[in-house]
Design a binder for this molecule. Structure first.
Ligand SMILES: [Zn+2]
Length: 435
């Protein structure tokens, strides 16, 4: 055998096996990027697996075509030549042992490992891998289903509850995710977030394990609160402050639109430029002022260069109630950002009162929201292991989940989807090979 061939066998990770180099050949077809290996394994062991007899005869030679997807963008096929033996003692037939492929599969074991390694990557779909490795789409899925079935992880001290919107995969439109924010591990994913489903799920977990849960972070979905209170007697429930601020920003944006609408009739004769200002700089009302870039926008209304302070002052000069709403919103945002748990305890009632008395209905509604979730919001100011309680780690996972969901093809069942998410999102999730 040529040295080139030995190098090629190394490249496709076959040199580690006990190969019959005299007979094995490698053919590289450059035109369609294909490597074909006529592979012969040395028949070292020929003990009968039934009676352990060492006396067997060659019954037939068998040729098997196997996908060996271990290099990207290249077709790699093994034509495995093996021997079928007949035992002289007990008369059974058995195949020569080979370390390349197991049972009646058509993908090599190394190929399966390579597929799984690729499936761990967020950005790769079943289809991508099928295209890159030149193997059938269904083989990729079969390989995944066979080797990846992840059990739930134990509950941890801090939990985050959240949902993933998926109409296609779940009966109730939402899948439910339990995350440990400290280790950023997805502990489990369920196919519904309904009260009965969640209650039933947690009731199957021992009380000993549930008592270890000390904090649960939720968004403002009432069911989560009810379920968590029942399932985790020792837990403090915290409402994620990101969601609180989102409600506040939504209210502020609606108020800005009210004011803007007042000027819509005069927009062609927008002498003050109010309509234009509110429409163009709408984001000033919801974004952190520090994050807004320096503005320099001369226009038909104002010919001089502006700083972002000029813009904000102009916007707030349009309407006193709009300005008041903005300043109350900013005050709450600042408090949410910098406040301590102790401050939250005595400041929250004052905020509730002021929002409830606000001019615009949207601000008053926000006041009622604060009142309804008062204790959970105060709890969100708690610091555990140096970090403020929040669903933040979950939110950052959400982006990765969405990518997997939307570009993923092949999730015809929820279980596969769940396994794929946990396999990609968690570090070191085992496959059946790891055991
Ligand atoms: Zn035998």
């Amino acid at each position: 055998m040529y040295n080139d061939n030995i190098e090629l066998l190394k490249l496709v990770h076959l040199s580690q096996f006990d190969i019959d180099y005299e007979r094995t050949t490698v053919h590289v077809d450059m035109s369609n990027n294909e490597i074909t290996i006529n592979l012969f394994i040395n028949p070292s062991m020929r003990d009968c697996p039934y009676c352990k007899s060492t006396h067997s005869i060659i019954h037939a030679r068998v040729l098997k075509r196997i996908y060996h997807p271990v290099i990207e963008n290249r077709i790699c096929i093994i034509l495995l030549h093996s021997i079928k033996f007949k035992c002289n003692e007990c008369g059974h037939y058995f195949m020569q042992f080979n370390p390349i492929v197991s049972g009646s599969k058509n993908i090599s074991t190394l190929g399966e490992l390579y597929i799984l390694e690729n499936l761990r990557k967020n950005r790769k779909t079943f289809k991508d891998i099928s295209n890159e490795l030149f193997i059938p789409h269904t083989s990729v899925i079969r390989c995944f289903d066979e080797h990846v079935n992840i059990p739930r992880h134990n509950l941890t001290k801090v939990l985050c509850f959240d949902e993933i919107y998926s109409k296609k995969l779940t009966k109730t439109k939402y899948a439910f995710v339990i995350l440990d924010p400290i280790s950023s591990t997805v502990l489990d994913i369920l196919d519904a977030r309904l009260k009965d489903c969640l209650t039933d799920y947690f009731s199957r977990i021992s009380i000993k394990e549930r008592l270890k849960v000390l904090y649960v972070n939720i968004d403002m979905w009432e069911t989560y609160k009810i379920v968590a209170e029942k399932a985790f007697p020792n837990a403090t429930i915290c409402v994620d402050s990101f969601h609180v601020i989102k409600h506040l920003n939504d209210a502020m944006d609606k108020i800005r639109l009210h004011v803007q609408k007042r000027f819509v009739e005069h927009k062609d004769d927008d002498r003050n430029g109010y309509y234009w200002l509110l429409k163009t700089f709408h984001y000033y009302f919801v974004q952190d002022f520090n994050n807004i870039k320096y503005e320099r926008k001369p226009n038909s209304h104002y010919s001089y260069l502006w700083t972002k302070h000029d813009v904000l002052n102009k916007l707030l000069s349009i309407d006193q109630n709009l300005a008041d709403s903005y300043s109350l919103k900013e005050e709450y945002r600042e408090f949410n950002l910098c406040g301590t748990y102790e401050e939250a305890l005595y400041k929250i009632d004052d905020f509730i009162e002021r929002f409830k008395k606000a001019h615009y209905e949207e601000m008053r509604d926000f006041g009622f929201l604060l009142a309804r979730w008062k204790y959970e919001i105060i709890n969100s100011f708690l610091i555990v292991d140096g970090k403020r309680m929040s669903n933040g780690p979950m939110e950052s996972l959400n982006g990765r989940i969405k990518r997997l969901l939307y570009d993923g093809y092949g999730y015809s069942n929820f279980n596969r989807f769940r396994n794929r998410l946990m396999f990609c999102l968690n570090k070191n999730e085992p496959t059946k090979f790891s055991k």
